[in-house]
Design a protein. Structure first.
Length: 194
């Protein structure tokens, strides 16, 4: 183990301690793209029952986004939208959005965060749910973007015959986005508070 901070409680930390942690976190974050790609590869052996793996579903969704002319942030969001399935299948959308939030515009984060609700349109009525639940967000300025994401890319991406791009195709985009300076707007605002 390298250098460690002097405190046992955060309230006792010094400026030098927090500079050390900041440096350590920045070094660790340099390898975030590789960890994200590894997590995506792990989706090859995830939730069963679909005609394709969760990885293949993600690749198909991202391929459809790219073919539709989406920008790199939205393509990477399409690739990562279900990355939370392994750790948090019942709120995977929020986990995917949290991973993306410091690196992409708010619109992209919102779409990923809401895609789970928008997807219920296609299946929840079979189990007694309200397939129109997403309509409560109709007035939101990004409603149509999320509906497009869910309707054209996500729900259509369970086809074992679809010619999706391989993960290597998307790797440069993942590298580009996750090596940007990170800024989680929730923390940035609190840091600016008096």
């Amino acid at each position: 183990m390298g250098r460690i901070v002097s405190f046992r409680q955060m309230s006792n930390g010094t400026r030098a301690d927090y500079e050390l942690l900041d440096q350590s976190e920045r070094e660790y974050a340099r390898f975030l793209p590789q960890r994200i790609l590894a997590a995506l590869r792990h989706l090859e052996h995830s939730i069963e029952g679909y005609p394709v793996s969760r990885l293949e579903h993600s690749l198909q969704t991202a391929t459809r986004a790219a073919a539709d002319g989406a920008d790199e942030e939205m393509i990477v969001a399409a690739l990562l939208h279900d990355i939370g399935d392994d750790l948090s299948p019942y709120n995977h959308a929020e986990l995917g959005a949290a991973i993306l939030r410091p690196y992409v515009r708010a619109e992209v984060t919102w779409v990923v965060e809401q895609h789970g609700l928008f997807q219920t349109y296609f299946y929840v009525h079979h189990m007694g749910g309200d397939r129109f639940a997403r309509e409560r967000l109709r007035a939101h300025p990004w409603f149509d973007v999320c509906a497009h994401f869910a309707d054209r890319w996500d729900q259509a991406s369970f086809d074992p015959d679809y010619p999706s791009k391989p993960l290597d195709f998307f790797e440069p985009m993942v590298q580009k986005i996750f090596t940007r300076p990170a800024c989680d707007p929730r923390y940035a605002r609190s840091a600016q508070a008096p």
